[in-house]
Every structure is written in C-alpha cells, then in structure tokens.
Write a protein that binds this ligand. Sequence first.
Ligand code: HEM
Length: 207
Amino acid sequence: MTLSLPRSGIRPTTALLWLIRALPAVALAVLVQQVLAIDSDRRLALAAEAPDIVGSAALFTLAATMAVTPLVTLTGWRGHIPLRRDLGLWTVALGTVEVAVSVLTASTGWLDAVAGTAFLAAGTAAVVLAVPLALTSYPAAQRFLGRQWKVLHRLAHGVVLLVIAHVAFLGLDQIILVTVLFGPSYLLRIPVVRRRVVALRRERSTR
Ligand code: HEM
C-alpha cells in the first residue's frame, strides 16, 4: 500500500513549521501580561520610553530596507538583496510593537491610542499599510501575484511617506534625520540619476 500526501490543503510539516515559527510569540504574550500588571506610574514611564527606542529602530530598518535596491545601483553587488525582506519584516514587527505599547499603556481607550492625533494616525496607518507587504514578501506570494506583486509592493513608498509624516510632527531634528536616511536612496531611484550612476560604474569597471 502506498501512502500519498494530499495534493491540496496544508501539509502537516507546513503546519508544524508555522507553529515553530510562531512560538516566540509566547514571549510577547507573557510581556503583554506583565505590562498589563504594572502600576500606572511605571506604565507611564514605559509609554514615554518605548516608542523612542522601538520607533528609532523601526525608522532605521525601514531606511535600510529602502536602501537595498539603490545600493545595487551604486555598487552592482546583489548579495545583500535578501536583507530587503528581513529588514522590512523587522520594520513591521517593530511598528506593531509601537501599536501594542500605545494601546496597552493608553489611559483613554484604544482608538485614541492608535488614531487620537494625526501623529499617531500616521504611525498606525504606516504599520497597517506595511502588513500586506510583509505577508506577501515571500517567493510563493510573489509567484502567486505575478505582475501585481510589483504594483502592490510600490505601497512601500506610501509607508515611507506616512512614517515621514509621523516623525515630522516631532520637529526639525527628525525632519533632518529622515532627509539624511531616505534622501540618497530616493535620489538614486530617479531614472536619469540611476542610469548615469550605472553607466559611470560600468565605465570604471571596464577601464
Ligand atoms: C513603522 C512605523 C513607525 C515608525 C518608523 C516610527 C518611528 C518613530 C520615531 C523615529 C520616533 C522618534 C524617536 C525619538 O524620539 O528618537 C517615534 C516616536 C513615537 N512614536 Fe512612532 N513610529 C512608527 C509607528 C508608530 C505607531 C504605530 C505609534 C502609535 C500608535 C507610534 C507612536 C509613537 C510615540 C508615542 C512616539 C513618542 C513621541 C514623543 O517622543 O513625544 N509610532 N516613532
């Protein structure tokens, strides 16, 4: 008798792999439980500290994600391309932590915590927009979506715009920081600049 695997549906090994992948979320669940248990003074301190740490990390991973393709233009090297997905996933994970901290430490309800001000709404919208990109960042989704994949992933620029709007509310320092972090990448994306840089690079390498 031969044992045949089902052709459709989720295979047991796939389900097991996803279970193992999701296991670290238990640590987050424990953290959430701890946050809910702390007194209001410490909760206020967490609300003040966490967004600065996690937000900065999310900003840097997003900038690094968006720098991957321009770096190919600049150097011709492609070995770092897999980092694009990893760094993008980090941005979504860190952004989600910002949402969670905001909701868990809120004193006026979850809606205020995610959209009570234009500043918060822009941050939340950035995370929400980034989620479908994270979910479809895998080769299987890329194959499934075909040409539509590229169109969908242009939304990454919308995420960048929303993040810039979010941090711009914090003042000139942050505006300068995002200009430095994203400016060169976007300059290298301008077709005429990209073509010139590639041509110069090829010219130098054939000399
Ligand atoms: C990918 C999405 C996000 C990015 C890249 C991001 C980035 C940042 C950055 C760079 C800062 C400033 C850190 C500093 O002071 O050095 C910040 C602050 C902050 N963010 Fe976000 N953020 C995101 C999403 C969110 C979300 C979803 C929320 C809440 C719903 C949020 C709430 C805050 C708060 C409360 C602060 C502190 C503001 C203050 O210091 O007055 N962020 N964020």
